[in-house]
Design a protein around this ligand. Structure first.
Ligand code: GDP
Length: 451
């Protein structure tokens, strides 16, 4: 291993299982001194690689043990990080861990890991690419089944395989592009230029097709954005509270109380949904309210679905609210309990099939929930084709595609080759093949200690 100045040459440890009371806690160690640390903690003889052995751990020189531990060794390079790795499965509990960490630090052989450092080392040692590292972070953070499946696919290499496959094709095409620089048309086989351009157009189309899934990927990962909109006092907060089954928004009788945007995360049929309640839409009375209305309108634009709430007792639809009923939208008529007879408001656009509910009695809310779940499932359930899951991926794909689209227009072969090179570089940034330094921190920022 390299000198101590190399940050990747030292040995790190961290609690890799969750914090708090637990039957078992797993402490992971990685680096050149992993075995030395085990010996220093009284593990003797060292367990065979990848076999678990029960040992009493002791601080240096202590007769009384810290705890009994199940000890595992994963020698380099056959480990998660690619370095020597040891795992100590001790009893969960604050005092056990505190004593063990004291003992580890006292040996002087290892230091506490930085957030994401284990995965970062795995990346540095070529054990996984950046998309797999992101997939791992997502898998650890996954709250819903759809998030778990998406993350696992990415961790398994679905995105990396796709992007590396495209890179390999571009590297081939690069050869042709460079041949055009070095040789005259007469020297090159007939139709080579046309064939190269056709291949680039085909790749361009594939990337475009792949990017169609970007919204879907980001919505599965971060939550499908649904916004609740409507005039003040129609019952938006009450509906959100019902759906969220807790008092997330303040329900009040004074019109215009939800001045900011309130967000809750729901799990609808295995999909994460971000539901936001917004300030009532009306001609604002003051500057603060106007700001609330502005934010509500902004949310409405960003949302994948608008839930427009009307009051069953309002005979006419306010003009500002009517404009919201367009595109991806579900109209909910609340306060059905106050309705004597049928709901009929003038101004409701044709072809709208509102859901009648009462946040007061709960009537119709099951129907609303199942309509919402069906809607989200329709939008997010799809083939198992890999999809981009981050803005970072999307930006690089846009760059790659723009460069490829330029190839056909390039005035000189040199410029065409440069365009291919730009596309290669953009794709390489997604998997971490190029420009490592500028992207590493962004990717590993979201990790927690022990991962
Ligand atoms: P928001 O301003 O649209 O968020 O409306 P709120 O949820 O704060 O509700 C405004 C008022 O209407 C409150 O007094 C609620 O108790 C009442 N309210 C909400 N939903 C219903 C309903 O279905 N029936 C009746 N009768 N009152 C409701």
């Amino acid at each position: 291993m390299g000198p101590a100045t190399n940050t990747f040459a030292d040995t790190i440890y961290a609690l890799s299982s969750g914090a708090g009371l637990a039957g078992v806690s797993v402490v992971r160690v990685s680096g050149p001194h992993a075995d030395g640390l085990l010996t220093a903690l009284g593990v003797s003889p060292l367990p065979e690689a990848r076999y678990a052995a029960l040992h009493k751990l002791r601080a240096d020189g202590d007769i009384t043990p810290i705890d009994q531990a199940l000890v595992l060794r994963f020698p380099a390079p056959g480990s998660f990080t690619g370095e020597n790795v040891a795992e100590l499965h001790v009893h969960g509990g604050r005092a056990v861990l505190a004593a063990l960490f004291d003992a580890i630090v006292a040996t002087g052989l290892a230091r506490q890991a930085e957030p994401g450092e284990f995965t970062r080392r795995a990346f540095e040692n070529g054990k996984l690419d950046l998309t797999a590292a992101e997939g791992l972070a997502d898998l650890v953070a996954a709250q819903t089944d759809a998030q778990r499946r998406l993350a696992l696919r990415q961790y398994d290499g679905a995105l990396a395989d796709l992007y590396e496959g495209w890179r390999a094709r571009l590297i081939d095409l690069m050869g042709y592009a460079e041949a055009e620089i070095d040789f005259s048309d007469e020297e090159l086989p007939d139709g080579l230029k046309a064939a190269t351009e056709a291949k680039i157009t085909a790749l361009n189309a594939e990337i475009t097709q792949h990017m169609v899934g970007a919204d879907q990927g980001e919505h599965i990962r971060s939550g499908f954005p649904i916004v609740i909109l409507g005039a003040p006092n129609v019952g938006k907060s009450s509906i959100l509270n019902h759906l969220a089954k807790r008092d997330a928004a303040i329900v009040s009788e004074t019109a215009g109380t939800t001045r900011d945007v309130i967000e809750v995360q729901l799990n609808l049929g295995g999909f994460a949904v971000t539901l936001s309640d917004t300030a009532g839409i009306r001609e604002a009375a003051d500057a603060i309210e106007a700001e609330g209305v502005r934010r509500a309108e902004q949310r409405a634009e960003d949302a994948a679905l608008r839930l427009v709430v009307l009051d069953a007792t309002d005979a006419t639809l306010p003009a500002k609210v009517r404009t919201l009923i367009a595109g991806d939208c579900l109209v909910v008529v609340n306060k059905a309990d106050l309705l004597n007879g049928r709901y009929a408001a003038t101004g409701l656009p044709d072809g709208i099939d509102p859901i009648l509910v009462s946040a007061e009695t709960g009537a119709g809310l099951e129907e609303l929930l199942s309509r919402l779940t069906g809607y989200v499932r329709d939008r997010l359930e799809s083939s198992e084709a890999p999809v981009p899951t981050r803005q970072r991926h999307r930006e690089a794909l846009v760059q790659a595609n723009a460069a490829l689209a330029n190839v056909a227009n390039a005035a000189y072969p040199e410029l065409a080759a440069e365009d291919v090179r730009v596309a290669l570089r953009a794709l390489g940034r997604i998997t971490g093949r190029v420009d490592i330094d500028e992207i590493l921190d962004t990717v590993f920022r979201d990790f927690c200690i022990g991962k």
